[in-house]
Design a binder for this molecule. Structure first.
Ligand SMILES: Cc1cc2nc3c(=O)[nH]c(=O)nc-3n(C[C@H](O)[C@H](O)[C@H](O)COP(=O)(O)OP(=O)(O)OC[C@H]3O[C@@H](n4cnc5c(N)ncnc54)[C@H](O)[C@@H]3O)c2cc1C
Length: 282
C-alpha cells in the first residue's frame, strides 16, 4: 500500500488489526505472534478503494466483460483463477459475515484432512467466517457450513458466540494452479494475481500476491519489459508460498501437520507463506 501511495486510504477504510494467528488442530493449539501487524478488510471495501484510486490516477474504467485479444499492445491479465475440475471431490470455498465478540487473532481450524475454516474480523466489527470443503461433504451437510463444525469443539465454541448476518456464499471449484512456468501467449502479456498463481487461501497471502504482481505487471508493461523477464521476478516472489501451501496440504492429509507444527519455528511459518516482495526490483 505504501508503494502504491495508498497507505492512508487503506487505513481510512478501517481495517481490523491482528497480532496473532491461532492454529487449532484436534490435539494441538498453537498461537503465533505475527512479526508485523496483519489487517482484515473485506473485498468489498478493498476493491472499491483500489478502483477509486485507479480512477483518480486517470484510468478509464469499463465494468464489463473484456475481449483481451482485441488489442495487439501490452495486456495485463488478471482474470482470477481457473475453475474446471472433475465433479465429486471438487473443492469449494464458502463464507459469511457474523456479528459477535472480535479479537486480535486470525483463527484457523484444521480438524479434517479435506476441509478447514478461518475466522477473523474485518472493518466495522464484522466477523468473516470462511473455509474450504469438498463438494460431497458440503452436499451431505445440505450446504450448511455451520454443520461442518459439529465434529470440532474449538470451532463450535468460537461459532457458538456469533450470529450469522449474511447468507453463505460459495465459490469454486478451487484449483491450486500456477502459470509461473508457462510461456505467455505474447511477449507483452503479463499475468497477475490468481490468474498467475492461486495458492491455498489459508496462507492469507492471495491479496498481497495479487496486488504485488498487479503492480509489478503494470510497471513491466509500461516499461516494455519482456513478459518472460516479468515471470522470472514473479516466480522468485511467489514460489515460496506455493511450495509451503503444497507442503501443508500434504502434512494435513497425511496426519503429520500437528507434529511438524511443533517442530517449525514461529517466524518460519510466517515468512514461508509470504511472497518475497524485495525481489520486485522496482
Ligand atoms: C474461500 C477463499 C478465501 C480467501 N481468503 C483470503 C484471505 O483471507 N486473504 C487473502 O489475502 N486472500 C484470500 N483468498 C485469496 C484471494 O481471494 C485471491 O488471491 C484474490 O482474490 C486474487 O485476486 P485477483 O484479482 O487475481 O482475482 P479475482 O479476485 O478472482 O478477480 C478477477 C476478476 O476478473 C474478472 N474477469 C474475469 N475475466 C474477465 C474478462 N474477460 N473481462 C473482465 N473481467 C474479467 C472476474 O469476474 C473477477 O472479478 C481467498 C480465496 C478464497 C477462494
Amino acid at each position: 500500500m505504501d508503494q502504491l501511495g495508498l497507505a492512508a486510504d487503506f487505513q481510512a477504510a478501517g481495517p481490523h488489526r491482528y497480532r496473532y494467528v491461532d492454529l487449532h488442530f484436534p490435539r494441538t493449539h498453537r498461537r503465533i505472534r505475527l512479526p508485523e501487524d496483519g489487517w482484515g478488510l473485506s473485498r468489498l471495501a478493498f476493491d472499491q478503494m483500489l478502483l477509486d484510486a485507479a480512477r483518480r490516477a486517470g484510468a478509464r474504467v469499463r465494468q464489463e466483460k473484456v475481449d483481451l485479444s482485441i488489442d495487439g499492445g501490452a495486456v495485463v491479465e488478471a482474470r482470477g483463477r481457473r475453475c474446471h475440475a472433475a465433479r465429486g471431490a471438487r473443492l469449494f470455498g464458502f463464507k459469511a459475515h457474523f456479528a459477535g465478540p472480535v479479537d486480535d487473532a486470525v483463527s484457523l481450524y484444521f480438524w479434517d484432512s479435506s476441509c478447514y475454516v478461518g475466522v477473523n474480523a474485518v472493518e466495522g466489527g464484522a466477523i468473516n467466517v470462511c473455509g474450504l470443503a469438498p463438494e460431497d461433504l458440503l452436499k451431505a451437510r445440505g450446504f450448511h457450513p455451520e454443520d461442518l463444525a459439529a465434529g470440532f469443539a474449538p470451532l463450535q465454541s468460537r461459532l457458538g458466540g456469533l450470529e450469522r448476518q449474511s447468507a453463505w456464499m460459495f465459490t469454486g471449484p478451487l484449483l491450486f494452479d500456477s502459470r509461473l512456468r508457462q510461456p505467455p501467449p505474447s511477449p507483452r502479456t503479463y499475468w497477475a494475481g490468481d490468474q498467475l498463481s492461486f495458492v491455498d487461501p489459508f496462507t492469507g497471502s492471495g491479496m498481497l500476491a495479487a496486488v504485488f504482481t498487479g503492480r509489478r505487471a503494470g510497471l513491466s508493461a509500461a516499461a516494455g519489459e519482456d513478459g518472460a523477464a516479468y515471470l522470472r521476478v514473479a516466480s522468485a516472489s511467489l514460489g515460496g508460498p506455493r511450495q509451503t501451501s503444497g507442503l501443508v496440504r500434504w502434512a494435513v492429509r497425511s496426519g503429520l501437520a500437528e507434529t511438524l507444527l511443533h517442530l517449525t519455528p514461529e517466524s518460519w511459518l510466517f515468512h514461508w507463506t509470504r511472497p518475497v516482495l524485495k525481489a520486485s526490483g522496482r
